[in-house]
Write a protein that binds this ligand. Structure first.
Ligand code: S3P
Length: 170
C-alpha cells in the first residue's frame, strides 16, 4: 500500500484509524504528535507552555521533511499541521492526503474528557470547536486529496472507506 497521510481536526479519529490501517493493511504508523513528544521528552501541552506554538509548528515541519523516504506507512498528523502552506507540499510528498471530516458535536464528544490539547483547554464547548473548525476549513480543504466523512460511522467503517478511496486513486 502507498503511504497514507491522515489529516483532520483534533479528535476526528486519526490515531484510531491509523491503528486500524496498521492491522488491516499491515502498515507502519507514525503519529506526528507522539513522535514529537518522544523526541522532546514532554507532552504537547508542555511544549506549547514552555516553548510556544511556533516552536511546535517548526518541529512538525521538520518531521514531515524526514518522513518522505518512508514506505507502507500511515502518518497520523496533528490537527494543525495543515495551517502552514509549506506543509501541504511536504504532506503530499509523503503520500496521499486523506481528510477525516467530522461535525463539531462529534468532535466535542470525542475530546471533552481529554486535557492534553492546549488549544481546547478552557474552551471545551461546541461553539468554540465550531468556530475553530470554520476558521480551519479552508486549510483542510486545500490540503486534502481524498475526504472521508466520519459522522454516524464506526471507525472501522471509516477505515474501510479510507482504504477503498485510496485504492481507487491507484
Ligand atoms: C493541534 C492538534 C493536536 C496537537 C496540538 C495542536 C491543532 O493533535 O498537534 O495540540 O492545532 O489542531 P490532534 O489533532 O492529534 O489532537
Amino acid at each position: 500500500m502507498n503511504n497514507i497521510v491522515l489529516i483532520g481536526f483534533m479528535g476526528c479519529g486519526k490515531s484510531t484509524v491509523a491503528k486500524m490501517l496498521k492491522s488491516k493493511a499491515q502498515m507502519t504508523i507514525i503519529d506526528t504528535d507522539k513522535e514529537i513528544m518522544k523526541r522532546e521528552g514532554m507532552k504537547i501541552a508542555d511544549i506549547f507552555a514552555k516553548h510556544g506554538e511556533e516552536y511546535f509548528r517548526n518541529l512538525e515541519t521538520n518531521l514531515l521533511r524526514e518522513l518522505q523516504t518512508y514506505e507502507n506507512t500511515v502518518v497520523s498528523c496533528g490537527g494543525g499541521i495543515v495551517l502552514r502552506e509549506e506543509n501541504v507540499e511536504e504532506l503530499r510528498k509523503i503520500g496521499i492526503v486523506v481528510l477525516l471530516s467530522a461535525s463539531a458535536i462529534t468532535i466535542y464528544h470525542r475530546v471533552k474528557k481529554n486535557n492534553n490539547r492546549p488549544l481546547l483547554n478552557g474552551n471545551m464547548n461546541v461553539p468554540y470547536i465550531q468556530k475553530l473548525m470554520d476558521e480551519r476549513k479552508p486549510y483542510y480543504q486545500r490540503a486534502a486529496q481524498v475526504t472521508v466523512e466520519v459522522d454516524h460511522k464506526t471507525l472501522k467503517q471509516v477505515t474501510s472507506e479510507v482504504i477503498e478511496k485510496v485504492q481507487e486513486r491507484g
